[in-house]
Design a protein around this ligand. Structure first.
Ligand SMILES: C[S@@+](CC[C@H](N)C(=O)[O-])C[C@H]1O[C@@H](n2cnc3c(N)ncnc32)[C@H](O)[C@@H]1O
Length: 210
């Protein structure tokens, strides 16, 4: 994909109803929307490392899918309270027992301001449609000093995968700027599934402290 192609494509705005219908159907596709993840995968390790010790803490998994990250957190920190939030009820049906689950859009999170010790969104922000609002919401629910992690795809790799018409991938600076509106410490980096393997340019991680 050329430099110009990346900017030529304009994502189509999708309604909440359209997103919900799409992902309710996608939930039956276990290959592309898995219920579990190997905790040794660097995406998981990085989120866990950034969020720190979650014993007795409240953490939100925003756009949680089937709760594969939440499942790992629950196993590691049984006393943590995890709020799994997703637009699609059929995804939430796979979230393990013991994890709170709520159907809601990332742009209107059903949690009060400053209520969470941490929040993360893995491969879900790309579907939020109103990206500044979704980042604002992710930051709003976290208390001062709390931690935020986002994992999503790099716009430089756009075209590598098939995507629905509303999907967006991001530049490092773009999300850094949005996070910096609400957070004090913001960083980003390319990541791969395995720590010892050089990132291939598909995934980026953004980390922030409120
Ligand atoms: C690619 S899956 C990732 C799921 C999960 N975070 C993971 O890593 O396994 C994207 C998820 O985002 C959810 N989603 C899409 N748009 C959303 C929105 N606007 N608000 C909340 N969740 C949304 C979908 O239903 C889907 O479960």
């Amino acid at each position: 994909m050329s430099f110009f192609d990346r900017f030529r494509r304009k994502p189509r705005v999708a309604s909440t109803a359209e997103l919900r219908a799409y992902f309710n159907q996608a939930a039956s596709d276990e290959e592309h929307y898995p219920s579990t993840i190997d905790p040794r995968i660097f995406h998981v390790k990085l989120v866990m490392e950034h969020l720190g010790d979650l014993s007795g803490k409240l953490v939100a998994d925003v756009g949680c899918g089937k709760g594969r990250f939440a499942r790992v957190i629950q196993e590691r920190y049984p006393s943590a309270r995890i709020c799994a939030i997703d637009i699609a009820e059929a995804m939430l049906a796979h979230v393990p027992p013991g994890i709170d689950r709520t159907a809601a859009a990332m742009t209107e999170l059903p949690l009060s301001s400053g209520s969470c010790d941490g929040a993360y969104a893995t491969e879900s922000l790309e579907h939020a449609v109103d990206i500044p609002k979704a980042v604002e919401e992710l930051c709003r629910i976290v208390k001062p000093g709390g931690r935020i992690a986002i994992i999503d795809k790099d716009v430089k790799a756009w075209g590598r995968l098939e995507t629905p018409a509303w999907e967006r991938w991001f530049g490092r600076g773009e999300l850094e700027k949005l996070l910096a509106r609400h957070c004090t410490a913001v960083s980003s980096r390319p990541i791969s599934y395995w720590e010892e393997i050089e990132p291939d340019g598909l995934f980026l991680a953004w980390l922030a402290v409120k």
